[in-house]
Ligand binder design. Structure first.
Ligand SMILES: [Fe+2]
Ligand SMILES: [Fe+2]
Length: 147
């Protein structure tokens, strides 16, 4: 089995979340309850993903790289805030059973795609480069404790 790295773990979680969001979009006009449950799973999963990054992964990387006062994680954190805002406006419409959510979906996906791409292409590989396997495994164990 190939080694579990930060890239493989987090890229996979991005993919899993993308698939849940796709299910929501595909099902929303044919099976709303199913679509809604896919959305709720997506929302909870995305929120957990952000906590994994902000509370465990980013602080570890900031410590190792010495980039605490600036640098890419500051940008990522501020994008998380914007993603969270867009997630909430979409969520409010879905809770109100309002299906006219194309604009909100587009806003969220557009930002999320760009954000995930910079993590996958730059940040995660950087992290795998400077974080030791032992530190990485400790981070994964800490992640498992976050529900
Ligand atoms: Fe992120
Ligand atoms: Fe991410």
């Amino acid at each position: 089995m190939p080694e579990r790295t930060i890239s493989t773990m987090f890229d996979e979680d991005h993919e899993r979340l993308d698939a849940l969001f796709k299910s929501f979009q595909t099902l929303k006009r044919t099976d709303f309850p199913k679509a809604k449950s896919a959305f709720l799973e997506f929302k909870a999963g995305l929120q957990r993903h952000v906590v994994w990054e902000e509370d465990i992964l980013f602080p570890l990387w900031e410590r190792k790289s010495g980039m605490t006062g600036g640098g890419p994680t500051i940008v990522m954190r501020s994008e998380h805030r914007e993603i969270g805002d867009r997630l909430e406006s979409l969520s409010r419409k879905i809770q109100a059973q309002n299906l006219e959510t194309e604009r909100e979906e587009e806003f969220l996906l557009d930002l999320l795609d760009r954000h995930n791409m910079s993590e996958e292409e730059v940040l995660y590989p950087e992290m795998d480069h400077i974080i030791s396997p032992e530190e990485r495994e400790a981070a994964f164990r800490a992640m498992e404790k976050i529900a």
